[in-house]
Design a protein around this ligand. Structure first.
Ligand code: SF4
Length: 359
């Protein structure tokens, strides 16, 4: 199948069966496409839609995002995970306002140089918003091409990725690049799916090598498995007499950077140690210490086993209220703060317990 037939088959299919009503497909500015591409990097379309609409309602343009507080951006990102994406969006918006007069750059190299935007994302932004001729190679495209050409090896491996880029560039048409880009993304998302691809309705099936050889399930090759380590921590849910919970803001860089979190006790998981740690590190005297069943949160490179510990604060000899990075938080009256998913879950549970006690 030559490139012209490949793209023509895809474009015809997309006219009839592609997705045309997603929120970021309306009013296709570089800003709107950029936000959608970043949100979609690790998250399914169905989940992204409500986050995207909320984000756009609050930050309708680059200037609004650049002028916002990072806390508010992280708040709107709470639950989406991979928070570096939100921090990079905020930083990038500020860079564009300062260095590009608030206009999204229109050269591929300039877009790639922005924080958090790789080659494929930059190409997608310019192709979809401005019909520029650039090939993309996101997860969906990788899956379609590895199957279509029956390419062996994990697509994250350098040689495999280079080969995929060559195919992607050769196949991307000079005309109708925007439609083609959307078409191949849609094909990967709705037909050539990770599991149970619908080959019989696929416009490429006659020439697809994996389909012809009945080996579709072999592709793409899985990432070689590594045993990821398990770390553990104790998270303290310390409540004062008003049932407010003590929170600390994490440093701007690193895991959960800039998000609000519970204090993590660096001690043995026994009451006496936790009590001493709280006294020494936070100047908070605690009582009624209860250890709960641990929960696991998995990052890309390690598992984190979190043991939640609930306790009442009976004396506060610290000046923590004066520190900007700490706060006594009223879970019944949540405000605009970003939380990591497990912290949000623990705070929600705490809130339910209080509500139950009030009823
Ligand atoms: S025929 Fe099947 S495996 Fe091949 S591209 Fe189409 S959906 Fe994917």
């Amino acid at each position: 199948m030559n490139p012209a037939s490949f793209s023509s088959a895809l474009l015809k299919w997309h006219d009839k069966h592609g997705r045309h009503d997603l929120p970021w497909q309306q009013n296709k500015t570089a800003y709107r496409i950029w936000i959608s591409e970043i949100m979609l990097q690790q998250t399914q379309v169905a989940t992204v839609i409500s986050y995207y609409n909320n984000f756009m309602a609050r930050f309708p343009d680059l200037t609004a995002l650049a002028n916002a507080k990072l806390d508010e951006v992280l708040h709107l990102w709470t639950g989406l995970g991979y928070y570096a994406r939100a921090r990079n969006l905020h930083r990038t918006a500020q860079i564009i306002v300062n260095d590009f007069n608030g206009h999204f750059p229109d050269k591929l190299e300039a877009v790639i140089a922005l924080p958090g935007i790789g080659r494929s994302t930059a190409a997608a932004i310019l192709a979809l918003s401005d019909n520029q001729h650039h090939a993309i190679l996101d997860g969906n495209v990788k899956r379609v091409l590895t199957r279509f050409y029956a390419i062996e090896g994990w697509p994250g491996k350098k040689q495999v990725e280079q080969l995929l880029w060559q195919h992607a560039e050769r196949l991307t048409p000079k005309k109708k690049t925007a439609q083609y880009t959307q078409a191949i993304m849609d094909l990967g998302a709705t037909i050539c799916k990770r599991s149970k691809p619908e080959c019989t309705t696929c416009p490429l099936h006659v020439h697809c090598l994996a389909h012809k050889t009945d080996t579709v399930s072999h592709y793409p090759f899985a990432k070689p498995k590594k045993n990821i380590p398990v770390r553990s921590t104790i998270m303290l849910l310390l409540r004062d007499s008003d049932n407010k919970v003590f929170l600390q803001q994490r440093p701007p860089a690193g895991i959960w950077g800039g998000l609000w979190s519970l204090p993590e006790a660096d001690c043995k998981p026994v009451s006496r140690s936790v009590s001493q740690w709280s006294q020494q590190q936070l100047s908070l005297q605690i009582d009624n210490i209860v250890f709960e069943k641990s929960l696991r949160h998995t990052f890309s490179h390690f598992h984190l086993d979190i043991t939640p510990v609930y306790a009442s604060v009976i004396a506060n000899t610290s000046s923590v209220m004066e520190q900007t990075e700490s706060v006594w938080y009223n879970t019944c009256e949540p405000d605009a703060r970003g939380f990591a998913a497990p912290v949000k879950k623990l705070l929600d549970t705490h809130n339910e317990v209080i509500a139950g006690a009030i009823i």
